[in-house]
Write a protein that binds this ligand. Structure first.
Ligand code: BG6
Length: 296
């Protein structure tokens, strides 16, 4: 189902037969909503988000490409999240993956405009398949192809804003003992200690070469988000906390309590693609209410 938002931008609504849903905007190829079959929203979007292109939207799953952060010649997080993507009428078969076949999906495509090529002179095709499985899990499979005659390098992140009940009650597992770059200390390298990650102040880190499964436990909600990734070695963890929240025009002062960004990324080592080559990456997110697990 394709609808228009109030700025006239197309959005694709995916719904599985149990009633779970996801909404994907062509603005940024950005997932803006992911709901369970009970109607609970799993992604955070700020009440102050600006939906007018080319502003990036504060929430959901913005795609940072071809640059993550501000280390590089491009604007913060690259241009992909500001562009209007197209619906891909001809998706290639290798976007398929061995997840359950009973899924609904949409295929989007981003190609650089003339204007993009002036600031980043590399022709590419960025294909994105957003799937909602029969269990209500959200998968994003991407294929980035170099259609240039020279190699190019990029970084990428799926900046997932999870909706949580209270940042002080949340725990992230799967990053213990890893090295990370801390954006709050000029990207200095530190090593995480043995415990699960908890939050009591601003966090802005890139964990390096993590395992492919990360879990976010929300105690109050008794919910667990599981992130599985392929082809994305790093993990970004971000919460702006109080002071930074107040400095962002498109973010409420108290909203940092209800969100946590955890996402699969390739940042420390840029991905280099030779002409004609592709990178295929996958990010798979499931949610579970532990109470529900106990019942079954
Ligand atoms: C994070 C960056 O991942 O994204 C932060 O590391 C940044 O430094 C945040 O503040 C949000 O970025 P933006 O451009 O969407 O405000």
């Amino acid at each position: 189902e394709v609808t228009k938002d109030r700025n006239g931008v197309d959005q694709v609504v995916l719904r599985n037969w149990r009633g779970a849903s996801a909404r994907v905007s062509l603005h940024g190829g950005q997932v803006l909503s992911w709901r369970t079959d009970q109607g609970e929203e799993l992604l955070f979007t700020s009440s102050k988000a600006i939906f007018k292109p080319p502003n990036p939207v504060r929430g959901g799953i913005p795609i940072c490409f071809p640059q993550f952060g501000n280390c590089g010649s491009l604007e913060q997080h690259g241009f992909a999240r500001k562009k209007i993507w197209a619906i891909d009428q001809n998706p290639p078969p290798f976007l398929q993956h061995n997840d359950s076949n009973d899924k609904v999906y949409t295929d989007l495509l981003l190609k650089p405009s003339e204007e993009d090529l002036k600031i980043w002179p590399h022709s590419f095709e960025f294909r994105l398949r957003v799937c909602l499985t029969v269990e209500g899990n959200l998968t994003m499979i991407s294929r980035i192809r170099n259609i240039n005659c020279k190699p190019f390098s990029f970084s990428i992140a799926f900046h997932t804003y999870f909706s949580i009940s209270d940042i002080s009650e949340v725990r992230v597992e799967g990053l213990e003992t890893l090295d990370y770059l801390d954006n709050l200390f000029q990207r200095e390298r530190f090593t995480e200690q043995g415990d699960a990650l908890t939050f009591e102040s601003e966090v802005d880190r890139v964990y390096l070469s993590s395992s492919d499964v990360i879990a976010v436990f929300d105690h109050e909600q008794k919910r667990t988000f599981t992130i599985r990734k392929e082809g994305l070695p790093d993990v970004v963890v971000w919460n702006p906390w109080e002071k930074k929240s107040k400095s962002m025009v498109d973010f409420g002062d108290e909203e940092y309590k209800q969100m946590l960004c955890v996402d699969g990324a390739a940042i420390e080592k840029q991905v280099t693609l030779k002409p004609g080559f592709c990178l295929r990456v996958l990010c798979y997110r499931s949610d579970k209410l532990r109470e529900r697990e106990k019942e079954s």
